[in-house]
Structures are given as C-alpha cells and as structure tokens.
Design a binder for this molecule. Structure first.
Ligand SMILES: NC(=O)c1ccc[n+]([C@@H]2O[C@H](COP(=O)([O-])OP(=O)(O)OC[C@H]3O[C@@H](n4cnc5c(N)ncnc54)[C@H](O)[C@@H]3O)[C@@H](O)[C@H]2O)c1
Length: 355
C-alpha cells in the first residue's frame, strides 16, 4: 500500500506516517510539506530514518504534485491548524483561505488522476460557536461538565458532540474552510469514483507536538509550566474550567487504518473522532497535573473572552467505534506523561515551536 501524506512534517502527519508504517508492513509512504510550521523541519530527519520519501513542496502549487509518485491513499494533513488563523497572529485571511481550502483542488485532482482514496483531517471546529457557547453546563470540581438534566440540542450528550450537532455559522474562518473542504472532497469522490473519509478530529495531543497558546494547547501548557513561563486562564471567569478532550495520533492512525481497510463505498462518510469524555480535561485540572509533576506554578487569571473560544468541547466517537471496530487505546495520563518526558528532554521546545 502506498500513502501520500500532505503536511507530513507536521505533528499529525509525521505521527501518522510513523504509526502507519508500524501497522502496515511493506507500506510505502511519501510526504510533501512546505515546512511553514515552526518546528516542522525537525521531523525531516526522523521521517527519512523511517524510509519516508519526502518532497519539499507547497500543496497550493499544482506543479508541486507533478513529481509525486502515485499512491493508493492520500491523508490530507497540511493546513494552518489554529482556530485563530486568519483573524489573529499575523496569518492573513487570504493566506488561510489559500492554505486551508484553495489548495484542496490540487489534492483532489491528484486523487482523481491516481484513483487514490482520501482521508481528510477535519475538525471539531466545524460546529456552531453560538450553539456550543449556549450548551447548559455546570461546574464539577475544577471543570465544566454538560448539564444533562437540562434540555439539550440535537447531536450532543455527556459522551460529547457528534456529527448531527449544528454547523450553523459562525464556526470561525478556520472551521468554515474545513466545512467547505468536506463538501468539495465528498463531491469529488462522488463524481470521480474515489473513496473519501472525513474525520472531524477533536484536539490531538502527544509528544513532539508544536505548542503555542492558540494551537497545540496541551503541549504548550505542559512545556510552559515546566519552564515556569507565564500562563493565563483566558475567558470564562479566568479560572481555567474550560474543557477539551485529547486524542493521541496513534489512535487516529488506528481509525484511518480501519478506514483504509473498509470496502464500503456508499453511506456515511463523515465521523467525529476524539478523546471523548474519558480523555477530557479542564485547563485547571491540567495545571493540577503539572503541579504534581513539576511543582507548583500558578497561571494568572484573564477573564477577557477570546475570539472563537467555547467552554466545553469534547467529541463523541461512538459512531466511528461502532462502524470501524475502533477504540481509543491511549489514556489522557499517558499522553500527558509522554509530553512531559519530551518537554524535559527538549528544553528549547517552545522556541522551536516559534515562541
Ligand atoms: N492538532 C489538532 O489538534 C487538530 C485537531 C483537528 C484537526 N486537525 C487538522 O489536522 C491537520 C494536521 O494538523 P497538525 O496538528 O499536524 O498541524 P501542524 O501545523 O503540526 O502540521 C501541518 C503541516 O502542514 C504543513 N503545511 C501547511 N500548509 C502547507 C502547504 N500549503 N503545503 C505544504 N505543507 C503545508 C506545515 O508546514 C506543517 O508541517 C490539519 O488539517 C488540522 O487542521 C488538527
């Protein structure tokens, strides 16, 4: 089996390459990356050592696909993954559009040319921000939990947010480009007869993830706590009760591998996938874990709201589990511990990540 991974030097792309090679003896992996993500260049040597064929190129350029060998499957993991991209942080909205949507036509034309299937890494951020922001929540210890005694909108339960939850705008520029990518990818697959799987992933986390305050939050927080960098609880009264779930990329690789093996061509193509209720954690709980691991270091409180932020977002993966016989193997504590060990042995990780 031959796989092309776009964004292969990124956190997800490189981890998926490594995990798929471990799962599939004899698989050939090719990757393309323009190395725009600070830190991504650090993965080049590791990938080479794994036997991955690397092309330095930009998926916005059709001609950068000309030298790529044919593949059976493409995993599209090239994007700016920050929900704030396009509105903050110096990455323009036009640039975001080009990277996160316009470039998709080159990926899809490649799939069409080679009859390659596509796995698109979509996001939990395709869901409606007002609908997420108005979910009934209560406080339990140092975290928000869903108040299931109150009426709930379609597509959400204590297990998390599922595929049927509202995608009504606003969803963020980032989320809207993912949503548009999903629609275009499905149409291409339908029109030209190649399989498309779409995984709406919650937060991915693990050792070697680049970490900044707006992307790679678990890696950023653990590295910053260890290095005694200033940390802030932003929004939601400034006490860190906002909750996310974390999924290890090896678990995502297992899901994608099951999708590669699936012979089903019709029916549902979109799945939500994430750490779920079992792997959910508030920032305050993460701080408590770090305090135990590295000694106390208190974040400051900054109650001002942050653009596009929501208080509680975890993914309900039950459909993917039922369909693909998939289950999450990596508990939250293992993810945290792996990040901590990596942080201890990489003292400059935050500056490598661009901070
Ligand atoms: N990390 C998460 O928590 C998360 C959650 C849901 C979805 N996703 C999605 O998964 C995918 C991978 O995310 P990640 O966390 O690995 O991000 P990342 O920033 O670590 O990796 C993305 C890689 O893509 C490359 N890239 C960006 N634009 C490119 C272009 N035009 N041409 C070639 N290479 C390009 C970057 O250099 C980088 O190496 C993204 O599509 C992201 O939206 C990530």
């Amino acid at each position: 089996m031959r796989v092309l991974i776009t964004g292969i030097c990124g956190f997800a792309g490189s981890a998926l390459a490594e995990n798929l090679l471990a799962r599939r003896e004899g698989a050939g992996i090719t990757g393309i990356d323009n190395l725009m993500r600070p830190g991504s260049e650090t993965n080049r040597r590791r990938l080479k050592g794994l036997g991955v064929e690397f092309f330095h190129g930009d998926i916005r350029q059709a001609s950068d696909f000309e030298d790529l060998p044919a593949a059976d499957w493409v995993i599209d993991a090239a994007a700016n993954p920050s929900v704030l991209a396009g509105v903050q942080g110096g990455f323009s909205s036009r640039r975001l559009f080009e990277h996160n949507l316009a470039s998709l036509v080159n990926v899809l034309e490649y799939c069409k040319r080679h009859s390659a299937g596509l796995v698109l890494l979509s996001s939990s951020r395709v869901y409606s921000i007002p609908a997420l922001a108005s979910l009934p929540l209560r406080e339990q210890g140092n975290a928000f939990v869903l108040d299931c005694s109150a009426p709930l909108p379609a597509g959400v339960s204590a297990e998390g947010v599922g595929r049927d939850f509202s995608t009504q705008p606003p969803v963020s520029l980032y989320g809207s480009l993912k949503l548009a990518s999903e629609a275009v990818a499905l149409e291409y697959g339908e029109a030209f007869g190649f399989p498309v799987w779409i995984d709406r992933c919650g937060v991915l986390a693990g050792a070697g993830q680049f970490g900044t305050p707006d992307q790679g939050i678990f890696s950023y927080w653990i590295n910053a706590h260890l290095r005694r960098r200033p940390l802030r609880y932003i929004g939601f009264d400034g006490n860190g009760k906002q909750v996310r779930d974390a999924m290890h990329p090896s678990d995502l690789a297992a899901l994608i591998d099951a999708q590669f093996r699936s012979a089903r061509r019709g029916g549902q193509r979109i799945y939500t996938a994430g750490g779920g209720a079992r792997n959910a954690c508030s920032l305050a709980a993460l701080t408590a874990w770090c305090d135990d691991r590295f000694g106390p270091h208190a974040p400051a409180s900054d109650p001002r709201p942050r653009t596009y932020d929501v208080p509680w977002l975890i993914m309900d993966s039950r459909e993917a589990m039922a369909e693909f016989g998939w289950k999450l193997e990596t508990p939250l504590e293992t993810i945290f511990e792996q990040i901590a060990v990596h942080a201890e042995s990489n003292p400059g990780w935050l500056s490598i990540s661009g901070l």
